[in-house]
Design a protein around this ligand. Sequence first.
Ligand code: C5P
Length: 220
Amino acid sequence: MEQSVRVITIDGPAASGKGTVAERIAHELGFHYLDSGALYRLATYRALKLGTPLDDAEALERVASSMAPVFEQGRILLDGEDVTLRIRTEEVSRATSRVAAVPGVRKALFDLQRRAAKAPGLVADGRDMGTVVFPEADLKIFLTASARVRAERRALQLEARGETADREALTRDLEERDRRDRERAEAPLKPAPDAKLLDTSSLGIEEVVKKLLDWWDEAR
Ligand code: C5P
């Protein structure tokens, strides 16, 4: 990575608001944006489509290392198919936390993520951005929020897309996904020792964005 490229990492559990906040910060600063979760979702979607058993680590690594997604104007194309919304279903979310626990899959996606760091800077969101992928980042953030608040946010997202949402089931799914992400041996979900923690349970997007931009001003 070039020396002059600035990096901000935003990690945290599912539906903690990372994606929305990271995109906003990237926009405000004129930085690139990396949604690392999308890469894990793409590998998982591809594996499900190809019928790859989710317990076959070697086959999953091959699926991840041979994929060539195209990101274009907010859409994601994979093997010629527009998968932008298809990788966001609850079925894919659940399976992704299993696929993401496979070390070979994480290795296959590592370089792809590092290559996203381009001048003038990058905002990267995920689970291990500050701990594993960009340990040298200029600012590391770890966002949290209660499971109830996160499930409500996810429900509103689904309803905005015209889908129905079962809040109880969403809360259970989120907690199960977080547990798997936290307890895996490879790159578990946890704050980097030098990360700044922010609980967003009672904060709106604007307040979170403002807080992070203040931290960025202090960090520079
Ligand atoms: O961020 P998002 O909810 O889209 O991530 C989906 C899943 O991908 C997470 O539950 C996690 O298992 C995996 N993931 C990961 N490391 C990242 C980003 C996502 O393991 N950096």
